[in-house]
Design a protein around this ligand. Sequence first.
Ligand code: NAD
Ligand code: NA
Length: 396
Amino acid sequence: MIIEPRMRGFICLTAHPDGCAQSVKNQIAYVKSKGAIDGPKKVLVIGASTGFGLASRITSAFGSDAATIGVFFEKEPAEGKTATPGWYNSAAFENEAHNAGLYAKSINGDAFSNEVKQETIDLIKADLGQVDLVIYSLASPVRMHPVTGVLHRSVLKPIGSTFTNKTVDFHTGNVSQVTIEPANEEDIKNTVVVMGGEDWAMWMEALNKAGVLAQGATTIAYSYIGPEVTEAVYRKGTIGRAKDHLEATAFEITDSLKSIGCKAYVSVNKALVTQASSAIPVIPLYISLLYKTMKAEGIHEGCIEQIQRLFGERLYTGNAIPTDDKGRIRIDDWEMREDIQNQIKALWETATTENLNEIGDLAGYKQDFLNLFGFGFDGVDYDANTNEMVPIPSIK
Ligand code: NAD
Ligand code: NA
């Protein structure tokens, strides 16, 4: 079939297999261009199919020749209906890894469930014995709690008072005011259950109990802080409470896995266009100003540049891992540079529908959004008939 983007609000209903494969190839080429990292050898990535998780899998495999197991929750293709992008990304990743002689297998299912944890443990036992790095990179709006059976939904709301600020509809470029009512206690609790650290801790406990964590293994989860303008809806909002919980969980995991010397860290990453971040009000306007400013300074990064730098300049340098006063790894250092943030603050004040194309990188935002679904890549023939029924080699 000929596959075109079909936009519905903040999502695209279609994905292009060849474009997703091109995206994976581009990321592999980037990692290879930066040279080898004396990094992990056997890696489990939870949330491995898109965004930071996919970049972590690619960096492990093509930066350090690591064997990887990827866990994700993606929709497979059906005749006449495309798969989700993460499916095609993972198919392309496995093919590239296998061609390079690297072990790569994947598990498609709900990472919050006991069953997927057990399936993963069985696969590690059968094929790898143990893993020395566990990346935890889930982003989900819902979590079925494996003990209570309750389905929790996260929300993106401020806490304490109503929040009003500028936002942009990135499809139209229309800048407007948005008002968001504050969360109630139930909203806060649910968001922490979904996006906090409980599931990460459950994974690490299950892996350790099964004996599949190597002595001195490392585990990393990803967090975000960001600037003042997004604070009310992000870091001081419901999602921020979940990130506080995730960050606190790192210390608990390190403590509970002392006997095998396993260390848990949170890495604070840069704001990037993903399906999740596009749905948060205010953030797309901030990102379009951020992209413009960072590109002008020559310090713009996408997921792969961020994670390659995380591995190469933070995690696997041979020296102690540098952290901030709260024990967090900071790879958002360039985003948070004072000169960058001061420029964005000034731009924020003046941003309107009329000037955003000029003062912000709306085109770059849209391009990245299309790229998430495999559209807009050079070297891909989008007019050609494409087979949507692409299998992931290790699945079924
Ligand atoms: P993403 O949506 O690109 O990736 C999410 C991954 O989780 C996918 O692989 C998806 O398949 C998987 N997933 C979701 N629900 C699942 C489930 N129930 N079972 C198994 N897999 C499931 O998201 P992302 O932007 O890469 O986010 C990853 C982490 O990075 C999150 O913790 C996020 O908060 C954090 N982060 C994001 C940004 C940003 O700007 N996007 C910035 C800093 C930190
Ligand atoms: Na991810």
